[in-house]
Design a binder for this molecule. Structure first.
Ligand code: SF4
Length: 370
């Protein structure tokens, strides 16, 4: 059996350069470009994939996650949920001096120790707690909308009852990594050796600063990262030297190609998306409503953040996509529109973060985009 070269293509510049290297170094028949479709992409990206297929005379395999079974199981779980436990917030207990912690004791009066042999501090419940089980109202709300939409991103969030966040970035795992790994495993089960080509660069982020060029993952599976030493300019230049245009999104204020928007998108990028592609915030707003219906608490926001309010309505009012867009038009987190900035942008000039239209300074990368 032959070695298959699986190249993850996102529609961005790095994965394109990686694909070009693979096509130049490996037998064409063994190069398999894959695209993990999150369902949260811009139409320009889908069109760009077709452009690449035509220009390079290749076929890009589209992989799309399907959560139909998970949603069906969740519906059954919600409908049957009769748990009567409550979840409480707690606060630590101190002696009268307000400094010395009171140790927690078990039923026999012995001090409870943690794994390191240190005493565990006593805590007390605060407030009336929250019911763990789904209320009948929340059940009705969720069961009315929790059906597969065919959009992987939306279906994933409905299944989870929330949107992903920086600390719970399950979108990457469920929509991209799992799909790519399953595809590679299928090839291996068919008897092929697999080399997974990844388009990442060391100067993209701290996380990727030590990325190696080659990595052996296991028997019959390697990872190669041919452009780790390259800069963004070199990558663009390389593709241009092969006669390929970049994804048009780079020319429209986008400094990355991928989800539109990404849950981690930067303030300027969110502002640009709202100004240039208003249909996307509108779609996200509809998703916020639908995912909120599937959430036990009734609200969910696309871009999450720490918030002091306990009331989910107040949190939603402050963090929903429209409020975030208004915030993206302000400077230093304030609530005022940054009119100066708006006016400066009116002059046209280079609207690309990479200076593709005109000679302009490159902007700093947002960390670790996909
Ligand atoms: S691009 Fe952003 S929203 Fe999309 S899968 Fe990656 S982290 Fe999640």
């Amino acid at each position: 059996m032959s070695t298959k070269h699986v190249v993850s293509v996102s529609g961005g510049k790095d994965s394109l350069a990686t694909l070009l290297v693979a096509l130049e170094r490996c037998p064409r028949a063994d190069v398999i470009p894959i695209f993990c479709d999150t369902g949260n992409e811009h139409d320009e990206t889908y069109a760009y994939l077709q452009y690449l297929e035509t220009q390079l005379a290749i076929e890009i395999v589209r992989l799309k996650a399907n959560f139909t079974a998970e949603l069906a199981a969740k519906r059954v779980f919600i409908a049957r949920d009769v748990r009567n436990r409550r979840e409480y917030d707690t606060r630590p207990v101190f002696e009268a001096d307000g400094v010395t912690p009171v140790p927690k004791r078990d039923g026999r009066g012995a001090i409870v120790l943690n794994k390191k042999g240190k005493p565990v501090q006593k805590t007390v419940k605060v407030g009336g707690g929250r019911r763990v089980r789904w209320t009948n109202k929340a059940k009705r709300r969720a069961l009315a909308v929790m059906f597969p939409s065919g959009n992987p991103f939306l279906d994933l969030c409905m299944w989870k009852g929330r949107f992903p966040s920086r600390t719970a970035q399950f979108c990457t795992q469920e929509l991209k990594t799992n799909m790519a790994v399953s595809f590679q495993l299928e090839l291996m089960e068919a008897g092929h050796k697999v080399i997974s080509w990844q388009g990442i660069r060391r100067d993209e982020s701290q996380n990727r600063a030590n990325a190696s060029k080659w990595e052996r993952v296991g028997t019959g599976l390697w990872i190669v990262r041919p452009i780790v030493d390259s800069t963004a300019e070199e990558v663009f230049a390389f593709s241009a030297s092969r006669g390929l245009k970049p994804n048009p999104l780079y020319l429209q204020d986008m400094n990355r190609v991928g989800c539109m928007p990404c849950i981690n998108c930067s303030k300027p990028e969110l502002r640009a998306i709202a100004a240039r592609f208003p249909e996307h915030p509108k779609r996200i707003s509809e998703w916020e409503w639908r995912v909120g219906q599937c959430s036990k608490r009734g609200f969910s926001t696309f871009m999450t953040d720490a918030h002091p309010a306990k009331d989910r309505r107040a949190v939603f009012a402050d963090l929903n996509i429209w409020t975030r867009i208004e915030w993206s038009k302000t400077s230093r987190g304030g609530r005022q529109f940054n009119l100066l900035d708006e006016e400066e942008n009116e002059g046209g000039g280079c609207s690309s973060s990479y200076g593709l239209c005109e000679q302009s300074e490159l902007t700093t990368w947002e960390a670790a985009t996909l």
